[in-house]
Design a protein around this ligand. Structure first.
Ligand code: SAH
Length: 373
């Protein structure tokens, strides 16, 4: 049986697209022409691609498509942040957030429907996991956001920076991540400089080691704790890849990219990881690693038992790190009035991991124990 599934060209990086044209009996250079239409001009209609012959346009219409994502809702925060829920199918949706600043527009994109990693303080984790996104769905977030936002007054696209900090663990979807990053960096794709594309990971060490060779981008590590005992609880993947291994991998990543630094993400949880002692321990851990620490004030969500550290505690933590020579900034909370801030993206996940159920039972048990105490 012939399957009537068209190839979505948003899922193919330059070499993939060249190979695709060869299978159509065409010259590989067609990839260059088509990429210019897709990414530079934002076109999804083959008939508009006037430098392709009619026969080729018909061929493409028959077997290919350029299909962005369907927004099922859009919210706009008082601070200008946009959040979209893109529906993936009847039961699943992912969230994508646009954060405008005077000199740039950052799109925070998702890499999976849900997440399987179960970090204790993250609302996506509570949703469980359904599946990996396809490359076309990762790039589709960028392509669709640009089209929905419309061009800037100077004619450029509004998205100038990408952070893989939406739903999911990008390095757990490595095979689809790499071509997506290549499209973002390619001059015929979005042509973003590698400083403007950040992959954030909770620390899948083997994939991180591969990343340096496959595509050279900015790296953010979700550290969140300065020792294994605490990180085992907050970021459970630490039990598999403990801090020493993660740090060694970060050093390797950086040594392959001279003059670069790693961003260390550290969520500030009241009374959990925010003491001066933790700050000193963190400074010692980071000594010798070219890095910048990003303190993220915890963003609450309905089922959480954590609280945000008070501002003076965050400032004190920063001061200790700075005094020890670690460049530290506190991330400004954007879009929290529409639940678009870090760790608040929940999308719609038809959970296959049964994690949501386990979380619900655990919460009920805790509540029962607290009621009895
Ligand atoms: N899986 C990737 C991307 C996650 S989201 C990773 O782990 O890096 C991006 C950042 O937001 C991560 O550092 C994540 O730990 C952090 N985060 C998650 N939940 C949060 C919350 N409720 N408040 C603040 N930051 C949170």
């Amino acid at each position: 049986m012939v399957r009537d599934v068209k190839t979505n060209l948003l899922g193919l990086d330059r070499s993939g697209l060249e190979a695709f044209f060869v299978t159509l009996g065409e010259k590989p250079f067609r990839a260059r022409q088509v990429m210019k239409w897709i990414y530079d001009r934002g076109v999804d209609d083959f008939d508009a691609m006037t430098d392709l012959g009619k026969a080729l346009r018909e061929k493409l219409n028959a077997c290919a498509e350029i299909r962005g994502l369907e927004p099922s809702s859009e919210q706009r925060s008082a601070d200008g942040t946009h959040k979209w829920l893109f529906s993936m199918d009847a039961t699943n949706g992912i969230e994508t957030v646009f954060i405008p600043e005077p000199d740039r527009g950052t799109l925070c994109i998702s890499s999976q429907v849900g997440c399987a990693l179960d970090c204790a303080f993250c609302s996506t984790a509570q949703q469980g996991f359904n599946r990996n996104l396809e490359t076309a769905e990762i790039i589709g977030q960028v392509w669709t956001a640009n089209r929905l936002l419309g061009r800037r007054p100077d004619g450029g696209w509004p998205v100038t920076n990408i952070v893989f900090m939406g739903m999911g663990e990008p390095l757990a979807n490595y095979r689809r991540l790499v071509p997506a990053v290549r499209i973002l960096l390619d001059d015929l794709g979005y042509g973003l400089s590698k400083r403007r594309v950040t992959v954030s990971t909770s620390g899948l060490v083997p994939a991180l080691d591969r990343l340096a060779n496959d595509c050279d981008v900015a790296l953010a590590l979700s550290l969140h704790a300065p020792n294994d005992a605490l990180r085992d609880i907050l970021v459970p993947i630490n039990r598999k890849y403990p801090i020493a291994e993660l740090m060694a991998s970060a050093h390797r990543y950086i040594s392959a990219q001279p003059h670069r630094h790693v961003t260390i993400e550290y969520v500030m949880l009241d009374g959990v990881n925010d003491s001066e002692k933790h700050a000193h321990e963190l400074a010692a851990l980071l000594a010798g690693l070219p890095c910048k620490v990003n303190l993220i004030p915890f963003n609450p969500f309905p089922e959480t038992r954590y609280k945000r550290s008070p501002r003076p505690v965050i400032d004190r933590f920063r001061d200790v790190l700075m005094a020890r020579g670690v460049l530290t900034i506190t991330r400004r909370t954007r879009g929290d009035d529409i639940d678009a801030a870090c760790g608040q993206l929940a999308g719609r996940v038809d959970d296959k991991s049964r994690r949501r159920e386990r979380h619900r039972i655990a919460r009920e048990r805790t509540a029962e124990m607290e009621a009895r105490a």
